[in-house]
Design a protein around this ligand. Sequence first.
Ligand SMILES: NC(=O)c1ccc[n+]([C@@H]2O[C@H](COP(=O)([O-])OP(=O)(O)OC[C@H]3O[C@@H](n4cnc5c(N)ncnc54)[C@H](OP(=O)(O)O)[C@@H]3O)[C@@H](O)[C@H]2O)c1
Length: 438
Amino acid sequence: MSQKICIGVAGLGTVGSGLVEMLQKNHDDILRRTGREIFIKAAAVHDLSKKRRLPPETVLTDNPMSLADDPDIDIVVELMGGTTAARHLILRAIENGKSIVTANKALLAEYGQEIFSLAAKKNVAIGYEASVAGAIPVIQTLKNSLAGNHITSVLGILNGTSNYILSEMNSRGLDFPTALKAAQEMGYAEADPSLDIDGFDAAHKLTLLIRLAWGRHYPFANLSVEGIRRVDPLDIEFARQFGCRIKLIGMAEEKAGKIKAGVFPALVRSTMLLARVNGAFNAVRIEGNAVGSLFLHGLGAGSRPTASAVLGDLLALAKRNVLNSADDNTGFVDDLPLADFLSPDEAVNPWYVRATVRDTPGVLRDIAGVFAQENISFAQLIQKEKQDDRVSLVFLTHATQGRAIRSATGALERSGILLVPATCYRILENRDHEAEGA
Ligand SMILES: NC(=O)c1ccc[n+]([C@@H]2O[C@H](COP(=O)([O-])OP(=O)(O)OC[C@H]3O[C@@H](n4cnc5c(N)ncnc54)[C@H](OP(=O)(O)O)[C@@H]3O)[C@@H](O)[C@H]2O)c1
């Protein structure tokens, strides 16, 4: 085994520059752990004129493909993002027999089948710990540490930007546009924040987690995804009165071989650990039939935290005698079959429903009548003092199917009782056996 490993790093932005920094800073630790020098032979960027902090021997190029074609490079580290140039680079590098490390969840969610199947054919390893929840080692946990379990659910706060915005709305009483602006000023949100706030980034990560938990391919396009744009400060305040926090949740559950999954804002009981995950942090709760419930918490993004996950993959590869071996890419030995889906509408939860109505006698009775037709019963009700002649009525229901809630609120809309469409969120709470330290 050669004492030196040559890597090519495509992308020296937030994550790539963190990787270069930590490779230099932790050089001696890395050498002691792997017995090998990790040498950045070349790095690729868009703009060659920007100043970069690279080792003097590293070649800088604006042609990422040259990394895939360089016979001296053992591992291509893809940190460019996007799904076009990154896909071409990774496919070419695999064709050329190089191992891959990437943080690119969008690419692996949308083109994972193609990439993993080519990697299997070419017997090439792909490390992607940084692609889900930044620094949190959830990929290795599902792939290795929990491999002896039958996983029953994976639930998490998978997008730090959305969590930061919701935390600011909760703690400072901000409305959504102001909290988004604060997130942009802090560097947590992109100028175009839609991938984060519309739930697609969390959905990319959830697609990867489903693949790792159940060895099934759940096409990203089939996931039900709802973001946080419509979360109103009123709902944050009502949630608080009910002892809950609103969080953007990615959730997947397995029931009798079928997978029910989605990304949605939900009221989370404040007795759950998830409710206490604030700011730009991420968390994942995994349930398995041997482990019970496991909770992972940490920084979901950022230069050094994400580089930590990239380095973990790099060191694992560096320690192998034979770099290229695809046997651990997905965590399953067979090709991954398509998941059997269960509509999220079939999920049974308590629900939060806010209805804005004209304050007229009998309105409550009429609403209760419509809900009763769907066999929905109420556990709690709050009425907010009226403004003009409008009043907000908030109901917490007993556990019921999403389908019934949709049908009831649809009937209310058609009847003309509602002044604006109802706001409906699932409520997540601990089951009796899983109190999480209230
Ligand atoms: N940021 C995080 O905290 C975080 C966390 C987890 C995962 N990730 C993932 O990590 C990846 C990188 O994210 P990032 O935040 O580091 O991105 P970034 O700051 O935008 O950096 C992207 C880098 O790639 C280079 N690049 C982009 N397209 C290129 C192309 N076609 N040819 C050559 N160079 C190109 C850019 O060059 P220039 O410098 O010249 O512009 C830049 O150096 C993404 O897949 C992202 O989803 C990021």
